[in-house]
Ligand binder design. Structure first.
Ligand code: SF4
Ligand code: SF4
Length: 374
């Protein structure tokens, strides 16, 4: 008698995928058109046909550790050509959401963040926290007539005391998640020999070429149906890089060199901050417009909540600055409070929401290059 393998479908997972954007999952009849038309699918391990049948059979564990789900850029070229309207691009998007939740540390926070209805609570927590901090610092209301953000929420005993530990916790959390994913993705694969690593340029060569692909969106630009999404995605990515540089600079300038902040509008770091804010706003509103215009794609609360949080960060940041320059203290401080709170929520979103795809996809690129044949 031939050896068989007992397949135990995870029915809950099937239903979850169906409810999280993969509603057309069961229409797939395995014709493989999707794998043929996908511009990013490698010949030796094609996707997404295989993932459609695994999802239909509720093979959650096999799917969430599959590197291919992160090599997909959700361009939906496959969905465009699928003769059954099974929308494999959306199904892979739903599977990625479960992978993020499964690898998240702690999982309960990922589950909480995943529910759009909890977004309000996520915003209220930092608002209350910063108001208590201002109260304890004796800066509620701010005493100085000069409108400066730190006259309201002080630097070290206000901003740093919240964001430094939060950032450290999130980095540790993300590191743990990515380590587990790397381990799971590597099961059964043979690591390259020293000679093969030499040909790949070592770890340095692998990481640099992966980052270059991500930073220039080289793979995304190969997509057809969603080509116009490349520009707003790039705007968003580079605006985050710009704002990260600004944050690091201001942190060192204020905390170590006790520089006077905010910087004047003509200061290079202020110019970078404002340009990044403009790029962020253009990028996120452009993406939202595309999403609204694309009637075929499935948009879930999971997609929209991240868009909303990024919009909140950009809009409140710009309004806080506008009202500070216009010397409207109440609104300047009010929007500054909302801005800090939005950034807090964005930090929480980083490892636990769709935002995490940036880290997971970069890891998948590195993994693919590390294990590829030379
Ligand atoms: S998802 Fe569509 S294109 Fe892909 S195998 Fe199924 S039916 Fe064919
Ligand atoms: S969404 Fe795009 S990248 Fe993903 S499987 Fe379909 S065609 Fe390939």
């Amino acid at each position: 008698m031939a050896n068989g393998r007992l397949v135990e479908p995870d029915v809950k997972f099937i239903n979850d995928v169906i409810q999280t954007g993969g509603s057309s999952l069961k229409k797939c009849f395995q014709c493989a058109t999707c794998s043929v038309v996908c511009p990013l699918s490698p010949e030796d391990d094609p996707f997404p046909r295989k993932h459609m049948i695994l999802a239909q059979w509720g093979q959650k564990q096999a799917l969430i550790k599959d590197r291919a789900i992160w090599l997909c850029h959700n361009c939906n070229d496959c969905s465009h050509y699928c003769p059954r309207g099974a929308r494999p691009g959306d199904v892979l998007g739903a599977i990625r959401a479960f992978a993020i939740e499964e690898y998240a540390t702690p999982k309960w926070l990922a589950r909480f963040v995943r529910q759009p209805k909890n977004l309000f609570v996520l915003f209220v927590i930092p608002i209350v926290l910063f108001l208590i901090i201002a109260l304890l610092n004796g800066t509620l209301p701010p005493k100085s007539p000069e409108i400066k953000p730190h006259n309201f929420i002080p630097v070290i005993t206000g901003v740093d005391i919240v964001f430094v530990p939060l950032a450290l916790l999130l980095v540790i959390s993300l590191f743990k998640s990515l380590s587990r994913l790397w381990k799971d993705m590597s099961v059964g694969l043979e690591p390259p020999s020293a000679y093969q690593m030499l040909l790949k340029g070592g770890w340095w060569g692998i990481i640099v070429s992966s980052l270059k692909e991500i930073l220039l969106h080289e793979r995304f630009r190969k997509c057809g149906a969603a080509k116009e999404r490349t520009v707003p995605h790039l705007l968003l990515l580079w605006s985050f890089i710009g704002l990260a540089i600004v944050t690091a600079y201001v942190f060192v300038a204020e905390d170590i060199f006790h520089a006077e902040c905010p910087f004047p509008l003509s200061h290079p770091i202020k110019l970078l901050a404002n340009l990044s804010a403009i790029a962020l706003l253009i990028g996120i509103f452009w993406l939202a417009k595309n999403r609204l215009a694309d009637k075929d794609s499935v948009s879930t609360g999971w997609d929209w909540s991240l868009i909303f949080v990024i919009m909140a960060v950009g809009v409140t940041g710009v309004l806080a600055e506008v009202f500070r320059l216009a010397e409207v203290a109440f609104l300047a401080y009010g929007f500054y409070l909302l801005h800090l709170s939005s950034v807090f929520v964005l930090f929480i979103y980083l490892p636990f929401s769709k935002f995490a795809h940036l880290a997971y996809r970069t890891l998948a690129y590195i993994h693919e290059k590390y294990y590829s044949k030379v």
